[in-house]
Design a protein around this ligand. Structure first.
Ligand code: PMV
Length: 309
């Protein structure tokens, strides 16, 4: 039997502007993960078991554009596995909430790619895993920047610039964030599309907004690398205001933002595509439980307190 896992991820700074070539910072979130197990099947063909989404099906029974089908077939193709496929039983377990900005889709892809490649005795480089996972993201998310698959593949803090070689960065002093889920699916494809419409209607204005985001991201990276963590909260709050301007916040996200700030967070912002999904807040560890309780009180479906670095 072969197993592989992939963590969740969270974007700290720079979502949306990253689609337009600005940098973004993202980190893995180890508290949630996807675990894939592969064993020899007892019937011909590839069988998939994903109890979390009530999926029990043969590969060929899935629609051709199903993300699991496309990712599995892309691995077979990359490794030159001939059809009919071997008898394989693939079991997928995930604790990453779907469409919440924690990268569940990319984590499933990365874990499935690694497990299949190992099962077929053909381990792939991180670079290749990342490229295959990006292909699947592209089929399902329109014009993704590639940040999700990159952070999850490398499982390290990443300073991401679309189309550039991956840069990881050091966390000089650990800091803490709370991730609070609105419980509403983030319609990332739609929000990315709406930001594009804004940009098309007035590129000069939005390029300037994206430049401001890029500057926040650079300052945040420098603060993290030099241990000046007290700058991070205020930078998050500035980034949130720019995301509001891009129309990707929502009443629920703003309510969690307010609740975190009132309970003593150092700064906060939405994370990911927005209009749902998660809000993140920088907190001092001694205040984390209190702020988490305030967020649950304000309607968060769940919270994760995570230490970065
Ligand atoms: O919703 P998430 O966490 O998958 O992030 C989307 C991030 C965007 O910048 C909005 C889009 C992208 O492809 O980078």
């Amino acid at each position: 039997m072969i197993t592989a896992s992939a963590p969740g991820k969270i974007i700290l700074f720079g979502e949306h502007a990253v689609v337009y070539g600005r940098p973004a910072l993202a980190v893995p979130v180890q508290q949630v993960h996807v675990d894939v197990r592969i064993r020899d099947g007892h019937r011909p063909g590839v069988w998939i078991d994903a109890p979390g989404i009530s999926l029990h099906a043969g590969l060929g029974m899935l629609p051709p554009a199903h993300p699991l089908r496309t990712v599995i077939e892309s691995v077979f193709q990359a490794l030159g596995v001939a059809t009919p496929h071997p008898s394989i039983q693939i079991e997928i377990q995930s604790s990453i909430p779907v469409a919440s900005g924690l990268g569940s889709g990319a984590a499933v892809s990365v874990a499935v790619i690694r497990a299949l490649a190992a099962y077929l005795a053909h381990p792939l480089s991180d670079e290749k895993v990342n490229a295959l996972a990006y292909e699947t993201e592209r089929l399902h998310h329109g014009t993704p920047s590639g940040i999700d698959n990159t952070v999850i593949t490398y499982s390290r803090p990443v300073y991401f610039v679309r189309g550039q070689p991956i840069q990881t960065f050091k966390v000089a002093r650990p800091f803490h964030i709370i991730i609070a889920d609105t419980g509403i699916s983030a319609p990332t494809k739609e929000s990315v599309g709406d930001v594009r419409k804004l940009w098309e209607a007035n590129p000069t204005r939005w390029e300037a907004v994206f430049d401001q985001v890029g500057e926040i991201v650079r300052q945040a990276r420098e603060s993290i690398e030099t241990g000046q963590n007290h700058h991070l909260g205020p930078l998050m709050t500035q980034n949130h205001a720019l995301l509001q301007e891009m129309t990707v916040s929502s009443a629920e996200l703003d309510q969690l933002f307010q609740a975190a700030m009132q309970a003593g967070a150092l700064g906060a912002k939405l994370s990911g595509g927005g209009r749902g999904g998660n809000m993140i807040a920088q907190v001092l560890p001694e205040n984390a439980e209190k702020i988490s309780a305030a967020l649950l009180e304000a309607g968060a479906r769940r919270t994760i307190i995570t230490r970065i670095g």
